[in-house]
Design a protein around this ligand. Structure first.
Ligand code: ADP
Ligand code: MG
Length: 451
């Protein structure tokens, strides 16, 4: 079945995409109506699930004639048996969409696509960008270390590598080292196992610039911190630039030795925030241009409006739309985009619904002030809307009772009680059902406005 399904997929996907994403999947077994597929690592799994899973499901259904439960697992051992080094296929010119995440590896580990040129500057990242430019132009003489932090998918890795690429472009022989903290950790562990720590030290202490990505990975790892502390000092003392990224500030790393925290704060700690809608639009236009995509601006503006959580999702949305267009050879309209991206868009709107937003919406509806809902007054005209707001907070957000409680200045039991009360009453009260549905609509509308 799987082989047949692959043939189907080969028919609809461009050769390039097929080879890269489908040919790498192994079918572990088929048992009745369940099919277990495996890929070599998380990267493939995430990417496939996010982009090609519906297509795979459909192809399997076409072939088998019935809907099957398909699971995708990471199983590197399934790939060991045929690990004969395969020569890299010659890159062929193709009309398909290049995958921007593809890493054309150089010896510095840098992705050549991650440059300052391809980085869009907006209000949320202009400071981090300026600091990175400064570090790239005069390493170790401005901010050392440069510590960039921010949420997932907001451009930390891109910005960091842009520094490296900039330096390499000016001084091709500079010893620039980019490494994820995870790889750094693994190398260290391997060195320990092989009694090779002195080589490990030498390697990292004689470079010109060290960039460690996702340094939060050090959190709680004492021995590694000890090792890194000395590497840091050696490099710092010989005026080598150090750049670090993290998903949180140094002081927010609870398991980090105080002396490392203080060193991380010696230079500059700068934040990458969520881009505003103008920046998101500019990013999409830039990506569309880089990928040579012919998508109309109205559509790009729509995507920028709707996908606000992070740049990676934004980029994923663009690629999904572009893949669809290249598969079907047709332009798409906003309705089609909504259909294609409904899972992603739902997630985006859900993320925009907060307890605070619900409180404001409910207060407005009942002509109260938001403070009334969190205050102490117990008169019925306030207590009832308050319970409704608690109920909606529980049903419309993914927050727990205690967290919702905090935002109402109550304990979790009060929220639980309110939630039950409202659910119970609404069972045979048409009026209440209607009120709730009107309120939900309003909350959704306000959330969409807030995006
Ligand atoms: P992080 O390391 O913070 O998780 P990445 O650097 O991997 O995020 O960024 C995710 C994707 O978003 C990358 O493909 C990157 O090129 C893109 N990206 C993020 N910010 C920008 C920006 N300001 N301009 C252009 N592309 C961006
Ligand atoms: Mg990253």
């Amino acid at each position: 079945i799987w082989e047949e399904a692959c043939k189907q997929l080969k028919g609809i996907l461009s050769g390039d995409i097929y080879d890269r994403w489908i040919a790498v999947i192994q079918c572990l077994d088929i048992n009745g109506r369940t099919m277990r597929l495996a890929v070599a690592n998380d990267f493939y799994k995430d990417w496939l699930e996010e982009n090609y899973f519906p297509m795979i499901r459909k192809a399997v259904m076409v072939v088998s004639g019935e809907e099957m439960d398909i699971t995708l697992e990471v199983d590197s051992s399934a790939f060991d048996s045929n690990k004969e080094e395969q020569p890299e296929p010659e890159p062929q010119p193709s009309l398909s969409i290049p995958n921007p995440f593809e890493k054309k590896k150089t010896n510095h580990n840098l992705n050549p696509n991650y440059t300052f040129d391809s980085y869009v500057v907006g209000s949320a990242n202009q400071f981090a960008h300026a600091a990175s430019m400064a570090a790239a132009n005069s390493p170790s003489r401005t901010y050392n270390p440069l510590f960039i932090y921010g949420g997932v998918g907001l451009g930390k890795t891109h910005l960091m590598q842009a520094i490296g690429n900039h330096i390499i472009s000016k001084k091709p022989r500079a010893k620039v080292c980019y490494i994820t903290c995870e790889t750094f950790t693994n190398e260290y562990i391997e060195a320990l196992q092989n009694n090779n720590v002195s080589n490990f030290r030498k390697k990292y202490r004689k470079i010109d610039m060290l960039m460690i990505d996702d340094i939060q990975f050090l959190d709680g790892k004492q021995r590694l911190q000890e090792e890194f502390f000395h590497t840091f000092n050696t490099l710092f003392e010989s005026h080598k630039q150090i750049v670090l990224t993290s998903d949180r500030t140094p002081s927010e790393m609870a398991g980090l030795a105080p002396r490392l925290i203080s060193r991380f704060e010696w230079g500059l700690v700068t934040e990458l925030g969520k881009p505003d809608v103008e920046t998101r639009t500019a990013i999409l236009r830039k990506k569309a241009e880089l990928l040579n995509l012919n998508i109309n601006h109205e559509l790009l503006d729509y995507l920028a409006q709707r996908v606000s959580s992070n740049v990676r999702s934004l980029e994923g949305a663009l690629i999904r739309v572009a893949t669809f267009m290249s598969l079907t050879n047709q332009q798409v309209d906003i309705q089609k985009v909504e259909e294609l991206l409904h899972d992603l868009l739902d997630k985006e709107s859900a993320a925009a619904i907060s307890v605070d937003l619900i409180q404001r919406t409910v207060a407005e509806h009942f002509d109260l002030r938001p403070q009334d809902l969190t205050g102490k007054k117990r008169s019925k005209d306030i207590a009832w809307p308050r319970q409704i707001a608690m109920h909606l907070s529980r049903t419309m957000t993914s927050q727990s009772y205690p967290v919702i409680g905090e935002q109402f200045c109550r304990n979790h039991a009060t929220i639980l009680y309110a939630h039950d009360q409202v659910s119970e009453k609404s069972k045979d009260n048409r009026n209440l059902q209607q009120t709730l549905s009107i309120l939900k609509d309003k909350v959704n509308k306000n959330a969409a406005k807030a995006l």
